[in-house]
Design a protein around this ligand. Structure first.
Ligand code: PHE
Length: 360
């Protein structure tokens, strides 16, 4: 750049500086990041820049001209510095905004929940009943659901012509001799025979599990349902032990004040046999309008009796040395009584609105 020696030189400098300013402002505008901005800055006012060159030229000028030109150069340099600083602030703000946007957490988004399942109300009752008997010293036993006719009927003193063996009551898998004939067990009682064959007395077991009957579904029947079998075999077990044990169970399962009564009944594998009723836990036998017992005052709970000596003979026990009692209860019936459920179908409908009412 030429020294300012006259008006023409002065105008040239003015123009050059103005041109530099406009160029720089335009380039600042398009500088997309801080690196680009630094490049524009050093190109305009850095050591190799036109401004630096102009300043170097000041040395050759007269004092008055130097002041004049120096002031013009400084003014433009200051304007450029201010524009660079403003653009730097803008780019920094953009960068911050981009960081915030990329790290943002949307607190309004619905959380992703993994609903946890729960124990089915029927299984809850099984667990509770088994816990009560384990507390009384019983062990848990199990047996197969596909069972032989021998264990399901014959070992349990049920004669070949017994009506329960008809196809109208029992679902058969395979026909043949009692040892080969396969069926879906109609009760958990075959576990009694299987367990006694494998274990010497004393025996104190409960056996929960699935059972099958050729029944049509209605409010109180399902073709697949659950039972819990009980068996106690020892020296000198009496009918009083049966009643006392089941009374204790009823008090723990229902209420401490629950009473029991036994009604005579018949089962091929127990003698004598009975059905056990419990006093209604809702009205205690006091209300004719009770929705739980329908005014009867008692709820039918289970079948039971003293083990028939023929069952001991069938499994190889000495029937002159031991006595015992057995019982079998329907789990769905217990759950329905306990919770006031009006139809057994609810248990298998898989309606979560029903199931969620029993958190366990
Ligand atoms: N097995 C019988 C039933 O299913 C119940 C029962 C079990 C009765 C044990 C007496 C003894 O009805």
């Amino acid at each position: 750049m030429n020294p300012i020696t006259n008006e023409t030189n002065r105008m040239e400098l003015t123009e050059t500086l103005e041109q530099l300013k406009q160029d720089t402002l335009a380039r600042l505008e398009t500088a997309a990041d801080l690196d680009a901005l630094d490049a524009v800055e050093s190109g305009a006012v850095g050591r190799e820049s036109p401004i630096a060159a102009a300043r170097r030229g000041l040395g050759q000028m007269e004092a008055e001209q130097r002041r004049d030109a120096g002031r013009m150069i400084n003014e433009v340099a200051k304007e450029i510095e201010a524009a660079v600083a403003a653009r730097r602030e803008e780019l920094a703000a953009d960068a911050r905004a981009a960081t915030i946007a990329s790290e943002a957490i949307d607190v309004t988004i619905d959380h992703i929940s993994f609903p946890s399942g729960r124990i089915h109300v029927v299984q809850q009752v099984i667990d509770e009943v088994c816990d009560i008997f384990v507390g009384l010293g019983y062990h848990i036993a199990e047996g197969p659901e596909a069972e032989t006719a021998w264990y399901n009927f014959d070992a349990l003193n049920t004669p070949p012509n017994h009506p329960a063996r008809l196809e109208s009551d029992t679902m058969y898998v395979d026909y043949g001799k009692p040892e080969d004939e396969m069926l879906l067990r109609t009760h958990t009682s075959p576990v009694q025979a299987r367990y006694m064959e494998q274990h010497k007395p004393p025996v104190y077991i409960v056996a929960p599990g699935k059972t099958y009957r050729n029944d049509t579904v209605d409010a109180t029947h399902l073709p697949v349902f659950y039972q819990i079998e009980g068996l106690a075999v020892d020296e000198s077990i009496t009918f009083s032990d049966l009643k006392g044990t089941l009374a204790e169970f009823a008090r723990q399962f229902f209420l401490p004040t629950t009473r029991v009564r036994l009604r005579p009944h018949f089962f091929p594998f127990t003698e004598p046999s009975a059905e056990l009723d419990v006093s209604c836990f809702n009205c205690d036998g006091g209300e004719s309008s009770c929705r739980v017992c329908k005014g009867v005052g008692w709820l039918e709970m289970l079948g039971c009796g003293m083990v028939d000596p023929r069952v001991f003979d069938a499994v190889g026990y000495d029937s002159s040395a031991v006595t015992g009692f057995a019982f079998g209860m329907g789990v769905e019936r217990l759950a329905m009584a306990r919770h006031g459920i009006d139809s057994i179908r609810h248990f298998i409908d898989n309606d979560v609105r029903f199931l969620e009412q029993f958190p366990g």
